[in-house]
Write a protein that binds this ligand. Structure first.
Ligand code: PMP
Length: 417
């Protein structure tokens, strides 16, 4: 990894996640959907969802710069920016959600959701999908089986396998009911069920509204609250709606935000009902030093402005469906491409040993990821087997870039063959 890579290892140690790609990238700058490395080579970014409206979007960067030159302090003083943003976020949600608490990351938003849910319900257990990721805190560790071992679970968190639309598995609530029953046998009731509406870490699946509605009903029946984790699926990612839970026709009890919210400026939020925060406020109050700071609020406000003014959602929906349609056409003859699926610009290409057996092929997926990188296109891999190409570019991605991606993919596949 060169001298800088060695210094990275020496400075950060083994707990730090490894670099992406066999030949790691040293990025110098990024604009829109393009990242440029230190040698001046450009890469089409089809991986990063945090720079939601595009890397270095001028409206976000100038809002942040202006705010830094004016004021950056905490929520103990009155200032309109955080209040304006809270009101704008609430206007995008069902009217039952009337309260916003700002935090600094998706992990913090989910951690707070868990605390509020436990307080409000008096219950001590939780449910998440079998390969979920919901955050870095100790409380979120058992809700993050993607990266954290079962050992971190004290038996209070049960996981269920969500619908696998490719293999036609788990199409009803059977797995979820079984998870609830496992808790029940231990004498536990759920405080919450948390769901990433695009199932990013589980492999990106388009869940049926009736299925999610049933899981929500079962959660409420068992005394728990429903948390819509919009860290991946929110801020227009699915194209048809601002929040992925809207696709399911449900009203969550809490919504958590992060990643795209500040286009790269660290900021997160929790949106919920007043009564839920009232239970919590009987015992304690919520304050976090950086939460709601004016610079982060300015960034998040500018993101909402761009989403509106540049009509981003409509473009995302169109670019996403064109991407899947063109990909399916270009990949018809390739037995390694098992499934092409997605919603808006949350997309996945499942790599298999053959279309007949549908057996995951993580080695080939990894080769494709690195082959694309060599050809100037950045993607990731995801899913329990690591065989799903994760294609979720900044929402600034446009239809005219599709041939660049498909050309690089075809060249990569031909080279592997
Ligand atoms: N929820 C989901 C669905 C996520 O994908 C992530 C991050 N990958 C988080 C929560 C945690 O967010 P953060 O890394 O900002 O703490």
């Amino acid at each position: 990894n060169g001298e800088l890579g060695d210094r990275r290892d020496a400075a950060f140690g083994p707990a730090m996640e490894p670099l992406s790609y066999v030949k790691p990238l040293e990025i110098a700058s990024a604009h829109g959907v393009w990242m440029t490395d230190v040698s001046g080579r450009r890469y089409l970014d089809m991986y990063n969802n945090v720079p939601c409206v595009g890397h270095s979007h001028p409206r976000v960067t100038s809002a942040v710069a202006r705010q830094w030159q004016t004021l950056n302090t905490n929520l103990r003083y009155l200032h309109p920016l955080a209040i304006d943003l809270a009101e704008r976020l609430l206007a995008t949600c069902p009217s039952s959600l009337d309260t916003v608490l700002f935090v600094n990351s998706g992990s913090e938003a989910n951690d707070l959701a868990w605390r509020l849910a436990a307080h409000h319900t008096g219950n001590t257990a939780g449910l998440c999908t079998s390969f979920a990721y919901h955050g870095i805190t100790d409380a979120m560790a058992p809700f993050s089986p993607e990266t954290l071992p079962q050992a971190s679970n004290r038996g209070h968190v049960e996981r269920w396998a969500p619908t696998d639309t490719y293999r036609g598995l788990h199409t009803d609530a059977t797995e979820f009911t079984a998870a609830l029953e496992r808790l029940d046998r231990r004498g536990l009731s759920p405080a919450m069920t948390i769901l990433d509406g695009v199932l990013q870490s589980d492999g990106v699946y388009d869940l049926k509204p009736a299925y999610v509605q049933e899981l929500l009903r079962l959660t409420h029946e068992a005394g728990g609250l429903w948390i819509a984790d919009e860290v991946q699926g929110g801020h227009g990612r699915t194209g048809d709606a601002m929040w992925s839970f809207e696709r399911f026709g449900i009203e969550p009890d809490m919504v958590t935000l992060g990643k795209a919210m500040g286009n790269g400026q660290p900021v997160g939020a929790l949106i919920t009902r007043r009564e839920i925060t009232r239970t919590f406020s009987n015992d304690t109050v919520f304050f976090s030093t950086f939460a709601g700071n004016q610079v982060s609020m300015a960034a998040a406000g500018a993101v909402l402005d761009v989403l509106d003014d540049e009509r981003v959602l409509a473009r995302v929906q169109h670019a996403g469906s064109e991407l899947r349609r063109t990909l399916k056409g270009a990949m018809t003859g390739d037995d390694r491409i098992g499934d092409i699926r997605g919603m808006g610009l949350a997309n996945a290409v499942e790599i298999v040993h053959g279309r007949a057996n549908k057996l995951p092929d993580p080695e080939t997926a990894n080769q494709i990821k690195n082959g694309l990188r060599a050809r100037g296109v950045l993607v990731g891999t995801t899913g329990p087997a690591g065989n799903v190409l994760k294609i979720r570019p900044p929402l600034a991605f446009t239809e005219d870039l599709i041939p660049t991606f498909i050309g690089a993919l075809q060249s990569t596949l031909a080279h592997l063959a």
